[in-house]
Design a protein around this ligand. Structure first.
Ligand SMILES: *[C@@H]1O[C@H](CO)[C@@H](O)[C@H](O)[C@H]1NC(C)=O
Length: 252
C-alpha cells in the first residue's frame, strides 16, 4: 500500500481488564486495593530508611530505591487504568501510549536491575563480612544505582523510538489495559514491519531480561555454598537473616 494513502491512527482503545462488563468492578476493586497497599507500603519504607542512621547501609539504600521505582512502576499502569474508568473512556492517545510505554519499560527494568544488584551484595556480606564495608562503600552504591539508571533509560528510549517508527492504520483496539514494554498487542496492530523491533527484542531485551534473574540465581547458588561452610547454627541463622529481606522481595 502507498504510504501516502494511509490514514494514521492517533488514538488507541483499550479493551480493559475483562471483556465481560460485570467483572469490571470486581477487577478494578482488586487492582485498586493492590495499588493502594503497594503505594502505602513503599511510602512507609522510604522515610523509615531515610530517618534511621543504622539503616543507611547499601542493602537498605537499594531497598529504598526499589520501593521508589516500584511505586512509579505500578503508578504508570494503574493511574491510566483508573483514569480510563473515571472518565468512562477507554481511549489513550498515541502520545500518552508512548509515554506509558517508556516509563513502564524504564521502571520495570530498574526493578529487575536493583533486585539483581542486591543479590551479589548479599553474597559479599555473607562470604566476606570483613571486606563488606570496604567493597560496598557509598561510591559503589551510587555507581550501581546510577549504572542501572543509564542502562535502563537507554533501553527504554531505544524501544520507544522503535515504536515511533511503526505506522498504525488498521484497527486500533488493544486487547489489554496498558501498553507494556514489548506491547505485543500493540505491535500486532502495526501496519509496518516489526522485524527490527523483534530483532531488538531478542538481542537486547533477551540479555536485559535474562541477565538479572541469572545474576540472582548465581548469587544465591554461591550464598548457599557459603552458608553450608558456616559451622555454627547461629552463624547460619545470621547469614540467612542477612538475605531474608532480599529473598522476600524477590519472591514477591
Ligand atoms: C537511591 O540510591 C542513591 C545512590 O546510592 C541514594 O543516594 C538515594 O538516596 C537512594 N534513593 C532513595 C529513595 O533512597
Amino acid at each position: 500500500m502507498d504510504r501516502r494513502n494511509q490514514i494514521n491512527i492517533y488514538e488507541f482503545l483499550f479493551m480493559g481488564l475483562s471483556e465481560r462488563p460485570e467483572q469490571q468492578p470486581l477487577l478494578v476493586g482488586l487492582f485498586l486495593g493492590m495499588f493502594l497497599v503497594t503505594v502505602l507500603e513503599n511510602l512507609h519504607i522510604i522515610p523509615v530508611i531515610g530517618s534511621d542512621m543504622h539503616l543507611h547501609t547499601p542493602r537498605h539504600i537499594f531497598l529504598a530505591n526499589l520501593s521508589f521505582f516500584d511505586n512509579r512502576f505500578i503508578s504508570t499502569v494503574i493511574t491510566q487504568l483508573l483514569d480510563n474508568i473515571g472518565s468512562g473512556s477507554k481511549l489513550i492517545s498515541y502520545g500518552e501510549g508512548l509515554i506509558q510505554l517508556y516509563f513502564f519499560g524504564l521502571f520495570a527494568d530498574l526493578d529487575n536491575f536493583l533486585l539483581a544488584v542486591m543479590a551479589p551484595d548479599c553474597y559479599v556480606a555473607i562470604s566476606y563480612p570483613l571486606h563488606y564495608a570496604m567493597t560496598m562503600n557509598s561510591q559503589c552504591c551510587i555507581l550501581l544505582v546510577d549504572g542501572s539508571w543509564v542502562v535502563t533509560t537507554l533501553h527504554a528510549l531505544v524501544h520507544t523510538l522503535l515504536v515511533t517508527r511503526l505506522s498504525f492504520c488498521g484497527p486500533n483496539i488493544i486487547p489489554h489495559f496498558y501498553c507494556d514494554f514489548y506491547c505485543v498487542p500493540l505491535l500486532k496492530l502495526a501496519f509496518s514491519s516489526t522485524y527490527v523491533h523483534n530483532l531488538m527484542f531478542i538481542l537486547v531485551a533477551g540479555t536485559l531480561l535474562i541477565g538479572p534473574p541469572v545474576c540472582i540465581l548465581t548469587s544465591y547458588f554461591y550464598i548457599a555454598l557459603a552458608v553450608q561452610r558456616i559451622d555454627s547454627p547461629k552463624g547460619k541463622q545470621r547469614a540467612f537473616a542477612n538475605c531474608s529481606s532480599h529473598l522476600s522481595v524477590v519472591s514477591l
